[in-house]
Design a binder for this molecule. Structure first.
Ligand code: SAH
Length: 213
């Protein structure tokens, strides 16, 4: 698989579509223009890679819709060097965006097939998180806590306590909460005990899994 001027053209168009949907962060748009999203999908779906749509990947999961990835990335307001915990590695596309924003990324995947596939693939195309973790996102990753930012890319039935407690004071947790559809929910940690909560609209994610498959 390769990246061609045709793909570049399609990426530029996708960035324009996202701008119309109020993605204005220059660094996020630059990342969308740069990352070869078609390489994150099975080649039979290549034609769909630059439409603003979610798509099936391995293990019954999806690569999130570009708008959703861009919205979460923009909301997260990543600064270079931010320590970011990502729950739901999936295809690794959101991970690549975080790395383009110069975050130090720890990313957790619950399904071994995806963990294996993506931890081999991402470094091959030049994206190297600090660590790929095969584990349970409900528990976060205590070893490297606290984090500046925590991003959840699967629909959570509730807000896991571990994720709240692994956030730095001043840090942000961005998590879609709900069963069938989710409300994108932002928590800012104001102090050890206080969190500010904002609801940022409705989204649709695959569910955050309880059991390892
Ligand atoms: N950011 C990914 C989104 C993939 S969909 C992308 O753009 O490709 C959500 C992912 O979360 C799936 O890969 C799913 O297997 C994973 N997941 C679900 N429950 C999880 C859990 N409890 N812990 C970690 N990852 C989980």
């Amino acid at each position: 698989m390769k990246d061609t001027p045709k793909h570049q053209g399609l990426r530029n168009q996708l960035a324009t579509v996202l701008e119309k949907k109020r993605i204005h962060d220059k660094d996020v748009l630059a990342a969308i223009k740069k990352i070869p999203r078609h390489l994150f999908m099975d080649s039979s779906f290549e034609d769909h890679a630059y439409q603003d749509k979610a798509f099936p990947i391995a293990a019954d999961q999806t690569i999130s819709q570009p708008y959703t990835v861009a919205f979460q990335s923009q909301t997260l307001a990543v600064k270079p060097g931010d320590k970011v915990l990502e729950i739901g590695t999936g295809s690794g596309y959101q991970t690549a965006v975080l790395l383009e924003l110069k975050a130090e990324v720890y990313t957790i995947e619950r399904q071994h097939e995806l963990f294996k596939k993506t931890s081999l693939f991402l470094p091959k195309i030049g994206y190297k998180p600090k660590k790929f973790i095969f584990g349970d996102g409900y528990r976060g990753y205590e070893e490297k806590a606290p984090y500046d930012k925590i991003i959840v890319t699967a629909g959570a039935p509730f807000v896991p306590k571990a994720l709240m407690s692994q956030l730095k004071v001043g840090g942000m947790l961005l998590i879609p909460v709900g069963d069938k559809t989710q409300v994108m929910t932002q928590f800012i940690r104001k102090s050890l005990k206080e969190f500010e909560k904002h609801e940022l609209g409705n989204f649709a994610f695959v569910p955050m899994l309880k059991k390892r498959n």
